[in-house]
Design a protein around this ligand. Structure first.
Ligand code: LLP
Length: 426
């Protein structure tokens, strides 16, 4: 469910015509719907309410301040993976005691920043990180609240590039080796270890891998408690998939996901932490782009648009499917053409859709790439010296630019010639 619908023949974000945004702000532009964000948070929070779980939004999915703020206003915590995301969450008003710091390679500075901010928990992913955290905390005269992220060796049955819970993945400590590390941690005066964390991958389209992982966590908690450790928090990560439009069947709902958690873990009397990212923001965002040319090739017809893989890299990186719809509602009975929708970047992978039936378009038309709210703007780059796209948030009849379009001057401003080069004469 989202709030992007055709109204009187034109696509609107809530009550704002997409065309108005494109004409005011230019293209490419990301457009986020506040009502959709809020709805997704409420549906998820309601599904897990009886579990007493803390919902920590995974900021990596979309780190726009306004998006994080929209969720923080509803009581969301945050899952952050860098000093930058930690700052973003704090500036967006997420209380430190609802922030979890995850990630396989936190620097000493990031660990210190997390401790001094007073985050709820730092999820440690290796023994050397545990030792460093101990040192950093002792130097600061405190004990760092920590959990160990375990790798349950479960196949998430998702794209291999976003699967994280197999033993060959770099994430977490092998769950069978975890008890040894808990024993070592118990002897470290700078560590207050009180939890287990797990995250097996993203865009999971069935519940079974979650079930498997949660049962391993359950077994592990029993072992750790038998060894005398007090385990009070269970961070179950994120990963619940969303419909992009090319799935084989219905996806598990937050209610199904909550049932899997309840069944495996509810009686362990732990504070549960959940880290949904995509589920909260994916369908709440679209990428609006303008058609530059329609190029009739010998084998294919290319619709060349002004957005590119630097703006939304999911199709190039994961062969991800995103629905693409025209901003102007196609008339009934219009015959689609099979086209490739491509960007201007000099790579064949700069393709948003290959051999996709689309209502006929001409240069100047607007196209809307759906389900782009998660891992869209947050993964953008300025490849080909293309400034980052603007981001807009809509609420009801109103819209506001929540990230200004970058300029080429911005791109050049932080670059310098070495002193042994003279500037070229203009
Ligand atoms: N927690 C941890 C520790 C994570 O690593 C992630 C995502 C999440 C939570 C949130 O997962 P979600 O609920 O969004 O599935 N760029 C890829 C997705 C990478 C996900 C990385 N970790 C994509 O565009 O599909």
């Amino acid at each position: 469910m989202d709030h992007f619908d055709y109204r009187a023949g034109y696509l609107a974000a809530e009550n704002v015509p997409i065309r108005r945004i494109a004409e005011t702000v230019g293209t490419p532009v990301y457009v986020y719907s506040t009502a959709t964000l809020e709805r997704h948070f409420r549906v998820f929070a309601a599904a897990v309410a009886d579990l007493g779980a803390l919902v920590c939004y995974a900021v990596k999915a979309n780190g726009n301040l306004a998006v994080v703020r929209a969720l923080a206003r509803l009581g969301a915590g945050a899952d952050v993976v860098s000093g930058g995301e930690l700052q973003t969450a704090l500036v967006a008003g997420v209380p430190a005691e609802r922030i979890v710091f995850s990630g396989v390679g936190k620097s000493e500075e990031e660990l210190a920043a997390a401790i001094s901010a007073g985050v709820m928990q730092i999820n440690v992913e290796s023994e050397p990180e545990l030792r460093l955290l101990n040192q950093v905390a002792l130097a600061m005269g405190c004990r760092a609240p920590a959990a160990i992220r375990v790798n349950p060796d479960v196949d998430a049955h998702t794209h291999e590039k976003i699967s994280t819970g197999l033993s060959e993945n770099k994430f977490g400590i092998d769950w069978t080796a975890a008890p040894r590390l808990y024993a070592r941690a118990a002897a470290m005066p700078g560590i207050r270890l009180n939890g287990v964390a797990v995250h097996i991958g993203s865009q999971l389209t069935c519940v079974e891998p979650f079930r498997e992982a949660f049962h391993r966590v359950r077994d592990l908690v029993a072992m750790l408690r038998a060894d005398g450790h007090s385990i009070d928090t269970l961070d179950l990560g994120g990963g619940l998939g969303i419909p992009y439009g090319n799935e084989d069947g219905p996806l598990p709902s937050p209610v199904d996901y909550a049932a899997a958690i309840r069944h495996a873990l509810a009686d362990l009397r732990c504070q549960l932490i959940l880290e949904p990212g995509r589920l909260l923001v994916g369908n709440a965002g679209v990428l609006v782009t303008r058609v530059l040319y329609v190029k009739e090739g010998t084998a294919r017809t290319f619709v060349i648009v002004d957005a590119a893989m630097n703006d939304l890299m999911r199709p190039a990186l994961y062969d991800a499917f995103h629905h693409i719809v025209p901003e102007r509602q196609p008339a009934c009975g219009v015959v689609p053409r099979v086209v490739d929708v491509v960007g201007p970047i000099c790579e064949t992978s700069d393709t948003f859709a290959a051999e996709r039936p689309l209502p006929p378009v001409v240069a100047g038309d607007l196209l809307v790439i759906r389900t782009a709210g998660a891992y869209g703007a947050s993964m953008a780059s300025s490849y080909n010296a293309r400034p980052l796209a603007a981001e807009v948030m809509v609420s009801g009849d109103a819209f506001a630019v929540v990230r200004e379009r970058e300029t080429v001057a911005d791109l050049l401003a932080r670059q310098h010639l070495p002193p042994w080069f003279e500037w070229p004469t203009p």
